[in-house]
Design a protein around this ligand. Structure first.
Ligand code: AMP
Length: 299
């Protein structure tokens, strides 16, 4: 099987109550593809400027990520700046500069068009729709988004939601899209807009998966030192979809396991700034933490 991921490749400036990092590599596509790469053949579709470090692309390749769909062009790489408060679930976006994404019109390679799973990571919904229209017969399509696009691109966002199988969003986003303040009702309302699964990310509290027949929950790994929460959601989605692509099954039991692997990958991401921990984590560390999760949730 194979997984195609579209999303941002970015420079991020991140401030937490304890530290600050300027222009480190981030972006929804970077986090999701690194997390997925531990499970399956992962291909990315994105754009970066001439200021983007070539070593980073080599590092993606060393993780087995197919970067032929990453276009390098004149101009500046996407930039995002955010600040976290004492509560790592609360963040403020200070700046978003879309830069090279302004004129990005991807033309997918034939192998990309045959993807089994497509993840439309956080990016302008018009671009998500464009990529989706180029993939021929995917088994599963999934999407994520961010408040900016809920506010500013509502119509095209609803178009994407209508077409995907899985929607990933945090509780605030799911409530905002549906206008419903009860989270479970909001999740069910979202199902009525198109998707078969809604995965609601609740930061350090874990996720809730809502489907017509079942609701399931997964705790987040209990982490005492959250260094940088950026990319946790994208890493969750990458681990979740990477695992499903690997096992080629969408049964309930595998969806539950996928949620554990998603939580495992997110838990590594937040242990360090940017993508550093995702770059260094090993397969045996992932399996070890997966086992710890089993103890955490068994009763
Ligand atoms: P997450 O913490 O999982 O929501 O993802 C954070 C990542 O999303 C950061 O690395 C940002 O570069 C990226 N990001 C933030 N805003 C946007 C946006 N409007 N479009 C695409 N990517 C974004």
């Amino acid at each position: 099987m194979s997984l195609v991921i579209i999303g941002s490749i970015a420079f991020d400036t991140i401030e937490t109550p304890f530290d600050r990092r300027e222009r480190i590599v981030g972006g929804s596509c970077s986090y999701a593809s690194l997390a997925a790469s531990y499970f399956t053949d992962t291909k990315i579709v994105s754009v970066a400027g001439e200021d983007f470090p070539k070593e980073m692309i080599e590092a993606f390749n060393q993780k087995g990520i197919d970067t032929r769909g990453l276009v390098l062009t004149k101009g500046k790489t996407f930039f995002w700046e955010g600040r976290y408060g004492e509560d790592p679930n609360q963040r403020t976006t200070l700046k978003t500069e879309i830069n090279v994404f302004r004129d990005f019109k991807p033309d997918l390679l034939p192998e990309y068009r045959k993807a089994d799973i497509v993840f439309l990571g956080t990016i302008d919904p018009a671009l998500q729709l464009d990529v989706l229209s180029q993939v021929e017969n995917p088994k599963i399509t999934a999407m994520d988004t961010i408040k900016l696009y809920i506010d500013k691109r509502h119509e095209s966002l609803l178009e994407v939601i209508k077409k995907v199988d899985i929607f990933f969003g945090n509780d605030e986003e799911v409530k905002k899209i549906t206008g419903e303040s009860n989270l479970i009702k909001a999740g069910r309302n979202l199902l009525n807009l198109g998707p078969s699964f809604v995965v609601i990310k609740k930061g350090e509290h874990g996720v809730i998966i809502i489907e017509n027949e079942f609701i399931s929950g997964m705790l987040a790994h209990p982490c005492e030192d959250v260094v940088d929460p950026t990319g946790a959601g994208d890493s969750f989605a990458g681990g979740f979809l990477g695992y499903l692509d690997k096992v080629n099954s969408f049964e309930e039991k595998d969806i539950r396991k996928a949620a554990v692997y998603g939580s495992v990958m997110a838990s590594f991401t937040i242990e360090d700034f940017g993508t550093d921990r995702l770059m260094s984590v090993t397969g045996s560390e992932i399996e070890q933490r997966y086992k710890e999760f089993k103890n955490l949730v068994s009763f």
